[in-house]
Design a protein around this ligand. Sequence first.
Ligand code: DON
Length: 583
Amino acid sequence: MRRTLSVLALGALTFLVLPASCLRPGRPIVPTSVPPAAPAPHDGAVASAEPVATETGLAILRNGGDAADAAVAVALALAVVHPQAGNLGGGGFAVIKRGEMVAALDFRETAPRSATESMYLDKEGEPIEDAATVGPLAAGVPGSPDGLFVLHQRYGRLPWRDVVSPALRLAREGFTVTPRLREALESYQETLARFPETAKVWLPDGAPPRAGTLLRLPELAATLEAYMKHGPDALKGGTAAAAIETASRAHGGVLTAADLAAYRPVWREPLRFSGFGWNVASMPLPSSGGLIVAQSLAMLERVRFDERPAGSADRDHLLVETWRRAFADRFLLGDPAHTRAGPGQLLSVDWIARRAADIDEAKATPSSQVSPWPGERLPQAAGAMKPAATTHLSIADGTGMVVSMTTTLNEWFGCGLYVAGAGFFLNDEMDDFVTAPGQPNLYGLVQGEANAVRPGARMLSSMSPVVAWRDGETVALGSRGGSRIPTATLQVLLNLIVNGDQLQQAVDRPRIHHQWLPDEIVAETDALSPGILADLQRRGHRVRTTGGLGEVIAVRVRPDGRCEAAADNRRNPGGAGVLAAGP
Ligand code: DON
């Protein structure tokens, strides 16, 4: 039975549709005539999950490309060398800032046209095991091919060919399998082996290629070449689209070539807010991530987070209590066309004041007492997360532009199906919808009616690409990690803007997490000293320790134009690079 939302505390909430405009990429692709950038007044910086992809971005900047060119080139390079998360078969979000201009691009996947609310349930209404995560029934309509293209069309300077060709070269000439890729393949081997077309490429002789192997991906190279020549239409029609439909049908999916052809990315008004003297922009719906960061910052200001000692139990307690409330509101959210609330309500001064006033500084508020769900029996959310696959990249160029972009297949290698004839994995993003009412998803998130599966709708996300700026200084950052994305991103942002950390230090500091349900703090093993742990437990918090929370990837431009880049040492040392403008 679908849970109905009790709106005692939020009775005044109104239906909100965010302004949006659709862009249809044109064709054929002609090289743009914009000349290369003038000599850079700034350094440039690129941070991503893979050193090879970062190098690709730096080369683009060196050759006169701007941050948009580099972001597209890095995202495409990640689609080759980091296939567990980089993608053409998934989607993502980007926030772009240049001078006063701030833009937000939504290339989130959509539900196929024949998707239904009950497509992941059996006749008894019980969830069918793995249906929303493994195999093409789990796949949303990919948004990356259109998204990367329109980003380049609007903000790129180099010819399209120049930003696609580095990835094409990597796929055609080969790249070295990293230990990280080998490990990811090993841990997902069982799923990958279920699809012969996947196994053929990724489990040759029954096992993943060894680290150090030179791997060529000719089918992906052919797709990238077509993409370079014809733009996204090369993937949304013709043989690639037919190959996707055939592979999907063969394994019980419902994705069709018509779904691919109908996909549109959307330029949205970025969510803009401020905190501790900084201006911040992030993604609006269909991501909940920006709203969670914005609500948390606003509550933390009210409860004077910055006046508590850094590294204190007081600060941890306040973080947890704000997240508990922000994640409770997430229950109302979904595709902007169906959501029960939006920034107008959830960021209103009244609502934030009410939420902040409700925080008890000495005691944890049980999540069962936090609306918007009063009186409901709360389902128990799953504890451990499966390994999952999203990847963030942050770029600053010499022209003052920054791009903060997060793309995802959802789980590592998406739904596990590598499409023969197209050469890429399809996502399993449908699991981000409510696939079984009242049940937590992969990330333990319990979600509401607004996020039900509806044909053409975008599934609610937690991805939070952020850009923050003040007095000539700009930071771009974001993370992977499902529900942990906004909390990891916010902690790094606070480390920078409240503590005044160096960028790498801000990224590397241990982190904690709370998401309303399950009602527990998840803490990295070195995040809480015995004294702080005991203090939090005394206040009534349940605490569980875990491995790394998120993978934050960030760049910063200083007022004098110097740049810094930081990849997350928990996961991927070596993914950050800086290009110096002068001696
Ligand atoms: O959009 C979302 O919120 C999720 N699909 C993100 C998944 C994710 O971050 C997995 N990462 N490691």
